[in-house]
Write a protein that binds this ligand. Structure first.
Ligand code: AMP
Length: 458
């Protein structure tokens, strides 16, 4: 499956009326003082009402119940369930949440003449079976009890057209995945699915992968919100060519942060870059704090153009006008991906995140992108190729080794200026602000594409 990240800030609408909800529903919302949609609602309602699968990230309190509830009710309105055959299903991890969702949706269901049934453990199964037998369009259930009812033939799922998984991460944590998948396997595949979760790691990605199709990914999590202003590329590389490819990207005209797994690989790659003529510096936990601070300063001023870093060392650092982040080694998980990528495209600037992927890493990275709610553009590249240059501004390094030793704090008394041999004035800022013409063109094309997508409402 793939997900389409949306710029949710731009998708915000100010009234519920703009979404074309049924008039009865709008009147009830107004009556209850629910007038302006919360961000997650503004973001998900258009896709959800259009019947698309939705992947939503939002905490309790964000308004996610109505974000899935209103489309679920609106799309079910006017239909009538046969005995034991509900038309819409909300799965939740706990009895309390089932009650909360039922209470939140009941007034809206009532105006649409839809019958709700709550199916949870710990209460009389006979009464729940009776409610299903009488006919309920919408069932709000915990997975275990619903499976019991299905096994007793008190409920059939073959008419369910809309399925919601609420707090999917908690359901996974509580060990409900076997029942959840069993239920989803019985729901017709053509139906709509919406999955909401505060986090998309752990086992949730497996559910997304298996049961959501071309889902619109929406998030009101600020760490991920910035991601929508970025362009994401996966560059599929031939294993032995990976470091040559990374070196050419490093040699681009402009600054870049490159991530590798370990301190040792960071040091090795930095040394290799210096030997190739690229003004690189290493940033990892093995360096003293004063040295790390100095390295960052040199990167900020443009004296160093490539920062080679581990995750930990680069967390939270902020560099203006950084338009490229490269994952030379793929991040461990979606969170690290978002943290790494978050170094670019700060404060609304555009940015590019490039992940180099070998054959062996391909599957893991695809899964991670799904977790992160990102649909990257994948290109197969080799070092020296025009396509690599078009995407990243890559070019052949000078091959003239540079001295990577940092000048001392007093101003470079320690054996001459750093980066001898590259023919630029050490410490001169400004160079980093330039980007190669091709990289600039690539960026402009990306921006135009994004603008067009936003205009289309996509
Ligand atoms: P939820 O995150 O779905 O549990 O919702 C949190 C609270 O916000 C609930 O009490 C909702 O009734 C309320 N709420 C949800 N959406 C809106 C809205 N658009 N305007 C005002 N209150 C809302």
């Amino acid at each position: 499956m793939t997900t389409t990240p949306r710029n949710d800030a731009l998708a915000a609408a100010t009234t519920f009326a703009a979404f074309g909800l049924p008039a009865d529903l709008l009147a009830e919302l107004t009556r209850r003082g629910v007038e302006a949609p919360f961000p997650i609602q503004a973001a998900t309602l258009p896709d959800a009402l259009a019947g698309r699968d939705v992947l939503g990230r939002g905490q309790t309190g964000s308004g996610k119940t109505l974000a899935f509830g209103l489309p679920l009710l609106a799309r079910t309105a006017g239909r009538r369930a046969e005995a034991r055959r509900p038309l819409a299903l909300v799965l939740v991890p706990t009895r309390e949440l089932a009650q909360q969702v039922t209470d939140a949706l009941a007034p809206y269901a009532e105006v649409l003449k839809l019958r709700l049934a709550t199916v949870v453990g710990g209460l009389s199964i006979g009464r729940q079976a009776a409610a299903l037998r009488d006919g309920a369009e919408v069932v709000i259930a915990t997975p275990g009890r619903l499976m019991d009812l299905v096994e007793r033939k008190d409920c059939r799922l073959d008419r369910v057209a809309v399925t919601v998984l609420d707090e999917a991460d908690r359901m996974a944590d509580m060990g409900f995945l076997p029942q959840v998948t069993e239920i989803l396997d019985q729901v017709p595949g053509a139906g709509q699915r919406m999955l909401f979760s505060a986090t998309l790691d752990r086992d949730v990605d497996a559910l997304v992968e298996r049961y959501l199709k071309d889902a619109a990914g929406h998030s009101v999590d600020p760490s991920a919100a910035a991601v929508s202003t970025m362009e994401h590329h996966v560059l599929h590389v031939h294993g032995p060519d990976k470091f040559a490819t990374a070196t050419e990207i490093a040699a681009r005209d402009g600054r870049v942060i490159m991530f590798l797994h370990t301190k040792a690989s960071v040091d090795r790659f930095t040394k290799h870059l210096l030997g190739s003529g690229v003004r690189a510096a290493a940033l990892h936990g093995g360096k003293s704090q004063p040295l790390r601070t100095r390295t960052l300063d040199r990167f900020r001023t443009g004296e160093v153009t490539v920062l080679v870093a581990t995750d930990v060392a680069a967390r939270g650092i902020h560099v203006d006008e950084l338009d490229l982040v490269v994952n030379v080694d793929p991040p461990a998980d979606a969170k690290d991906y978002l943290h790494r990528g978050g170094r670019t495209a700060r404060a609304g600037e555009s940015g590019l995140v490039v992940t180099l992927v070998t054959d062996e890493e391909r599957r893991d990275v695809a899964q991670l992108m799904t977790e992160a709610g990102i649909r990257p553009r994948t290109t197969r590249v080799r070092s020296g190729e025009a396509e690599l240059t078009r995407i990243t501004g890559a070019r052949k390094p000078s091959g003239v080794p540079v001295d990577g030793s940092a000048p001392s704090q007093e101003g470079g008394k320690r054996g001459g200026a750093a980066f001898r041999g590259i023919g630029t004035t050490p410490g001169r800022p400004g160079r980093a602000k330039n980007e190669s013409r091709r990289a600039a063109e690539a960026r402009k094309t990306a921006e135009a594409r994004r603008a067009a997508k936003v205009r289309r409402g996509g």
